[in-house]
Design a protein around this ligand. Structure first.
Ligand SMILES: Cc1cc2nc3c(=O)[nH]c(=O)nc-3n(C[C@H](O)[C@H](O)[C@H](O)COP(=O)(O)OP(=O)(O)OC[C@H]3O[C@@H](n4cnc5c(N)ncnc54)[C@H](O)[C@@H]3O)c2cc1C
Length: 485
């Protein structure tokens, strides 16, 4: 099997399964999705089961391999696909786990194999049943794109930019999309019964709708000024620290810096150092990167990379604010239009929710189409708004804990933050709490699981002194021996 090397275009030997035969009783003849990143690929995969023909429009020219491209600059940074997101992805593209494995990904139990330092202590490590793919975002997107390309009723139109919506004369219904080759090439209009915007946080749907006479969509922004600096390293041979990945999280809001080392395909590490409220690197400087890593709450990340071989430059990314567009609240909205992914809601990336929430929305869109295309936009935007509630609350509770971060604190915010902090302390030594936390974080269990009577009792009687302060990550071999002995 061909493998990815950072500066070569290669083709993977994937099983090009035609997983979705075109629908026998389609909801409609034609759908268009514009924006060919993760949300767009998943939405197009879902729609291929409901429409005779689906066209995916992407402004970039897709590279022939897991290569970076202009429209997705974040792809060179750590990306974790949560278990829930992976489950949905595997529902859209059956067999994709195996395809990812063929491309070098490994599915690992996150609690067992990641050494996590959070809330001032090392988390217990054990087999939790919560697993995630150890894979770079570049390979993930590339594998998903190949699966979409293999669907018989999907056409991919890359190198085309969506320029505006085509509507019915009374503007109550979107009937197509205007396209152009970027840079002012020839214009073209495609007709469709459903147009889906997956063009990311810079989506121009709010302006397009306003120009068509619709109200401006309300937007909530939480200014977090998060900065990422990421670099890929070769995993040093013989380095056996007892963990596969490493996550050093700050105690919010007292600390602001985070460090993550993600084990990715082909014996590489993707290392991120960053922080909230401007506490991040502003230049891609080798010495400053290492110095930042050295300043993290624990030395393990620095120790791992200080003599490791970098495989490329340092990439920087500045994320000014989380952004939630309240399409669900609009008093009027055209038929035939849906917004999925970051175009609807773009989360602080540190919480790793974007792709999974996009997957949940894509899945919901499919469910709304079971009753037909008519009314689907309306059903979908309300459902999508509901889907966002939980992840948005989870992400913003952490961010709003910083007194400097502006934004409306919901009623009971102080109590929730207090409970959340105590829960984190509990997860420092209690396996049940740690498992619950991992399941909630990976969206396979509702946050209410953290509030069961049993958990509340444990949280109220938490003993922070019981958490591991010194031993750091335990070798896997030791854990396995303990488990079997
Ligand atoms: C630094 C960083 C780290 C992140 N880490 C994680 C993580 O760990 N886990 C996670 O789940 N999520 C993470 N995210 C979020 C994740 O990247 C997105 O949620 C994910 O890419 C899905 O976004 P999307 O497809 O909606 O939009 P995007 O990924 O932004 O893609 C939009 C696409 O639309 C195209 N496009 C834009 N305008 C047009 C147009 N007019 N016509 C045609 N095409 C157009 C672009 O070229 C691009 O391909 C992170 C984000 C950042 C910034």
């Amino acid at each position: 099997m061909a493998r990815f090397t950072p500066d070569k275009e290669v083709a993977y030997d994937l099983r090009m399964t035609l997983s979705n035969p075109p629908p026998s009783t389609p909801a409609g003849a034609r759908a268009i999705v514009y924006g060919g990143s993760m949300a767009g690929l998943m939405a197009a995969g879902v729609l291929s089961r409901h429409f005779e023909r689906v066209t995916l429009v992407e402004r970039d020219r897709f590279p022939n391999g897991p290569m970076p491209r202009k429209g997705v600059p974040q792809a060179q940074h750590v990306h974790g696909l949560l278990t829930r997101g992976m489950d949905i992805l595997a529902g859209i593209f059956p067999g994709i786990r195996e395809d990812l494995e063929s491309a070098g990904a490994e599915f690992l139990d996150v609690v067992e194999t990641t050494a996590m330092f959070g809330a001032g202590s090392w988390r217990p490590r054990f087999h939790s049943g919560v697993s995630a793919a150890s894979v770079s975002r570049l390979v993930l997107e590339w594998v998903v794109r190949q699966r979409l390309q293999a669907l018989a009723n999907v056409r991919i139109l890359d190198g085309r930019e969506a320029m505006g919506l085509k509507t019915s004369g009374d503007r109550t219904r979107v009937t197509g999309l205007q396209l152009q080759v970027p840079g002012g090439g020839q214009e073209e209009t495609l007709e469709a019964e459903l147009v889906v915007d997956t063009s990311g946080r810079g989506s121009r749907t709010p302006q397009w709708l306003e120009a068509l006479g619709y109200p401006r969509v309300e937007e909530t922004r939480i200014h977090v000024d998060v900065g990422y600096a990421s670099r890929t390293y070769r995993k040093p041979s013989g380095f056996e620290p007892g963990w596969r990945s490493l996550a050093l999280s700050p105690q919010l809001p007292r600390e602001r810096r985070i460090g993550i080392l993600q084990d990715i395909e082909d014996n590489r590490w993707l290392v991120l150092v960053g922080g909230w409220l401007g506490d991040s690197l502003s230049t891609a400087d080798d010495a400053a990167f290492l110095e930042f890593a050295r300043g993290l709450p624990q030395p393990h990340l620095y120790e791992a990379i200080k003599n490791a071989e970098p495989l490329g430059p340092i990439h920087l990314y500045r994320f000014p604010h989380s952004q939630r567009r309240h399409y669900e609240r609009m008093s009027r909205f055209p038929e035939g239009l849906a917004v999925v992914g970051d175009a609807f809601c773009s989360f602080n990336p540190i919480y790793g929710q974007g792709m999974s929430t996009g997957a949940m929305q894509a899945e919901a869109l499919g469910e709304c189409l079971h009753q037909g295309v008519r009314g689907a936009s309306e059903r979908y935007r309300r459902r999508a708004g509901e889907i966002l509630e939980g992840p948005w609350a989870l992400a913003t509770t952490g961010d709003l804990g910083f007194p400097e971060v502006q934004g409306k604190r919901p009623p009971g915010f102080g109590l929730m933050s207090w409970y959340g902090n105590r829960f984190q302390q509990l997860a420092g030594y209690d396996e049940e709490a740690m498992r619950t936390f991992a399941r909630v974080q990976h969206m396979i269990e509702s946050p209410t699981a953290m509030f069961s009577p049993r958990m509340v009792f444990k949280v109220l009687t938490v003993r922070p002194d019981k958490a591991a302060q010194t031993p750091g990550p335990l070798p896997l071999a030791v854990l396995r021996a303990r488990a079997t002995g």
